[in-house]
Design a protein around this ligand. Structure first.
Ligand code: 16G
Ligand code: MG
Length: 548
């Protein structure tokens, strides 16, 4: 397409979605994310980019999701979904950043330049899927995205309010119809259908109870579970809280991120001692569990716990179906509790890979196994199965001996219940419930599998967080000079001590993580490392204090 036919790109931009700020914005770990009122031009431009990306991919469908996940209501964000339902290819992040930041006057020329650079065939037909979370700023941004798509003669298809993982699923199904039907009904049919199917084969026994409380973070996940709930015939008794009504604010003192980081139960959830609660985040791609014991102490079952639960059950089914040659591996980040890694490698004998924070890194590493289980401690994760694994398991399900067949059939249901494109709180919830039911476990028994090391996460504000560089999956800090040496000295003073620092990809802060043999030590170590960051990396505001 010659640049002259891109006039409309500029006209749309100038008249409807002008760039009103000079603040530089970067496509980060999970797309662009900032105050909603700074995003309209960015989202419009991502509409343009989605069409270009689709045309580079032979007209295959690309997704645009409007969400700021677990951030509070005033924020919003946008990310692109690639044809197989995965995150946007990393090399395109710089292109997205460039397009988002040029002036309106340069937009037409930059768009033309990008089209040329990536060699997109602009005559191809293309449809772009658009979804959004429940924020009040989302509809307006979704419209800007659709306008961007239309400016380059793509066809937008809007799904309205959906969870982020649903949109990933729709994109995958649209480009590969063997995976499922690209509609909300298609999603329920596959994932919830598989759960109901497996529940017929696994009677409730032992300490497992079908009552599950859910903290919906006042976001989209709870609303969707409310739809699903009506179709569950006693297989699971969902009691839903924080559904967005009654003045509940999105992610405010509730949701998976709040529960994980503050290690406190969310507001708005009825308190029943020992009751298992699943807490989702605002766009429903994270889930953690917790319960409060009869002494009012909260016990967290985070992404590490879910990963180990799923990995051990899949291993059990692989052994029973005699498909042991399929290589199962687990992918974690530096945030994984040291005790979980020890348990996985030493007890489960499952290999572990550690990668940088961010789903795309985990997903990528998981692809190297026949069956890759990946989870961030924050509750984002899923399981992915290679074609070879699926074929092998299907064959055993048909041709194996009776016991092998049974296990392989359960495994096939398990695969269907999994949203393999990305971490999915709803899919993960059904997977966890299946394993707990199959093993007759209550939350306390699940927790007793191994003992977490106490840990603490804190943030430090510095002038420029990019002065912090890391290596070795973020476990070593390579700049500023002297910081790692200081961290090593501090860590050495604690039993089971471990600490690392990294610049956040979603907030203008440096994150500090510490663990040690007692909570007091973990808190103290985190505070000491924070002081080191403050001193050596240009801290601003009050110097972090040591606990009394
Ligand atoms: C985003 C990432 C998540 C990561 C988090 C880290 C996706 C879909 N989400 O939420 O994986 O754990 O960022 O945030 O990639 P941070 O860089 O601010 O610590
Ligand atoms: Mg999220």
């Amino acid at each position: 397409m010659p640049p002259s036919s891109l006039r409309v790109v500029y006209a749309f931009a100038r008249e409807m979605h002008p760039k009103t700020t000079d603040i530089f914005i970067q496509y980060g770990t999970a797309g662009f994310r900032t105050k909603a009122n700074l995003l309209e031009h960015v989202v419009y431009r991502m509409g343009l980019l989605a069409v270009i990306r689709s045309r580079v991919k032979n007209g295959r469908t690309i997704g645009i999701m409007i969400t700021a996940s677990h951030n509070l209501e005033p924020d919003n964000g946008v990310k692109l979904i690639d044809p197989d339902g995965e995150m946007l290819e990393q090399s395109w992040e710089a292109i997205a950043t460039k397009l988002a930041n040029v002036s309106d006057n340069d937009l037409e020329a930059t768009t033309a330049e990008i089209i040329k650079e990536v060699n997109a065939n602009m005559t191809l037909k293309t449809s772009i899927f658009i979804g959004m979370d429940t924020r009040y700023t989302s509809p307006r941004l979704a419209q800007a995205a659709a306008n961007g798509v239309m400016a380059l003669k793509g066809t937008p298809k809007e799904f309205g309010i959906v969870t982020t993982p649903m949109l990933h699923f729709f994109v995958k199904c649209r480009n590969d119809n063997t995976y499922g039907t690209p509609t909300e009904e298609g999603y329920y049919e596959k994932i919830v259908g598989a759960f109901k199917n497996i529940r017929q084969k696994l009677p409730v026994y032992g300490n497992y109870s079908t009552t599950l409380y859910v903290d919906g973070a006042n976001g989209v996940g709870g609303k969707k579970l409310n739809i699903i709930k009506k179709t569950l015939d006693g297989e699971l008794d969902l009691k839903l809280f924080n559904l967005g009504g009654n003045g509940g604010k999105l992610n405010l003192n509730c949701g998976a991120d709040f529960v994980k980081v503050s290690q406190k139960p969310p507001v708005g959830v009825e308190h029943v001692p020992m009751q298992r609660v699943a807490s989702l985040d605002g766009d429903s791609d994270r889930i953690v569990y917790y319960y409060v014991d009869d002494k009012d102490k909260m016990h967290l079952l985070d992404g590490d716990r879910i990963a180990t639960l799923l990995a051990s059950y899949i291993t059990e089914l692989l052994t029973a179906s005699e498909a042991k040659h399929l290589k199962l591996g687990l992918v974690q980040t530096a945030y994984a509790n040291g005790a979980s890694t020890a348990y996985i490698t030493q007890k489960l004998k499952v290999p572990v890979t550690c990668v940088k924070t961010g789903v795309k890194h985990l997903h990528h590493a998981a692809l190297s196994y026949d069956i890759g289980v990946y989870f961030e401690a924050n509750g984002h994760g899923t399981v992915i199965y290679s074609d070879n694994a699926k074929k092998t398991i299907s064959k055993i399900a048909e041709e194996g001996e009776s016991e092998q067949r049974k296990a392989a059939q359960l495994l096939l249901n398990f695969i269907d219940m999994t949203n393999e494109t990305v971490g999915d709180a709803i899919s993960d919830l059904f997977l966890v419930e299946t394993v707990l039911c199959a093993r007759g476990l209550d939350a306390e028994q699940w927790l007793s599998t191994y003992d977490d090391l106490p840990c603490r996460q804190v943030k430090v504000t510095v002038q420029d967080r990019n002065v912090i560089s890391t290596a070795d999956a973020e476990r070593v800090c390579t700049s500023p000079e002297g910081l790692q040496t200081r961290i090593d000295e501090l860590v050495a003073a604690y039993a089971d001590g471990r600490a690392f620092v990294r610049p956040s990809g979603t907030e203008d802060v440096v994150r500090v993580y510490a663990e040690a043999d007692t909570q007091q030590s973990a808190d103290k170590l985190a505070a000491e490392v924070s002081q080191a960051v403050y001193d050596l990396a240009g801290g601003v505001g009050n110097r972090p204090e040591l606990p009394a």
